[in-house]
Design a protein around this ligand. Structure first.
Ligand SMILES: [Zn+2]
Length: 268
């Protein structure tokens, strides 16, 4: 019975995955993500239902656009499969089960998936554009607020005060950023990273957030060392412009991994 549940969750994950590619491409361009139909970015032809099936369409169309023959980047396929796997791992981490799972775990599961989806989109946009998209961050905070209200009213969670403290810090950061920092510098990347970290604190609690930051710093350090070592061997690439490190991307991916691993221990 559970195998069917997990297959459905995998399919939902791949559907989310194909939505992520669309969101990561359109949000920075300020395009509509809910009403406008998907189209091929090369020939602008609108995609039919059959062109938009996650994974299957890619295989049947042999990785090419049906209308103009332009190659579809394999990263779309990879992201679809990856988000399917992440959704299944998250469900397994909380031991989701048709018979024994209660309402409170189910609600946590749904908000967890929304949280993971938000991080996926923030990570993708940061990797492509080195920018933490404010509208996605805001969406994440609104979802957190709804979850907090649910916890307070339905589950009578006594720990709600910690969310209120974090919300006050968020408000203070946003105010400082709008009225003080924006006059001095146009770039608010550091403030946005802080806002992202507070979102980690709210949903995944303090210990996991600290682990996330530790592992992110470690990963960035290792990749910088590896890059240095590799560039010693290939000196001819010096002319290439150096890209800034997408800190938000590393943070989001590490946080998702830490959340899933720690759930395996909590829901034991
Ligand atoms: Zn096309």
């Amino acid at each position: 019975m559970d195998i069917f549940l997990y297959i459905i969750i995998f399919i939902i994950g791949t559907l989310f995955g194909s939505f992520f590619t669309l969101a990561i491409y359109r949000i920075p361009l300020k395009q509509d993500i809910t009403h406008k139909r998907s189209y091929c970015p090369n020939c602008n032809h609108q995609l039919s239902f059959l062109d938009m099936l996650p994974i299957l369409s890619y295989i049947f169309l042999k990785g090419k656009c049906r209308y103009c023959g332009q190659k579809i980047r394999p990263r779309y396929l990879i992201l679809e499969i990856l988000s399917g796997i992440v959704f299944v791992l998250f469900a397994m981490s909380i031991k989701l089960n048709v018979f024994t799972t209660n309402i409170s775990t189910l609600v946590y599961f749904v908000f967890g998936l929304i949280y993971i989806a938000t991080l996926f989109i923030i990570a993708g946009i940061d990797k492509e554009n080195h920018k933490i998209e404010k509208s996605v961050l805001l969406f994440g905070y609104i979802m957190q607020a709804i979850y907090i209200i649910y916890l307070y009213i339905v589950e009578k969670d006594p720990n709600v005060y910690r969310y209120v403290i974090y919300l006050i810090i968020v408000l203070a950061l946003v105010l400082i950023n709008t009225f003080y920092l924006r006059k001095k510098t146009k770039n608010s990347y550091v403030v946005d990273i802080l806002l992202l970290c507070i979102m980690f604190l709210m949903f995944t609690y303090e210990a996991i957030s600290i682990l996330t930051i530790d592992f992110t710093l470690l990963t960035i350090a290792i990749s910088l060392i590896a890059e240095k070592l590799l560039s010693v061997n290939k000196k001819e690439e010096k002319g290439e412009e150096k890209k800034p490190i997408p800190i938000g991307f590393y943070l989001c991916i590490t946080n998702i991994i830490c959340l899933i691993i720690s759930n395996y221990y909590i829901f034991f």
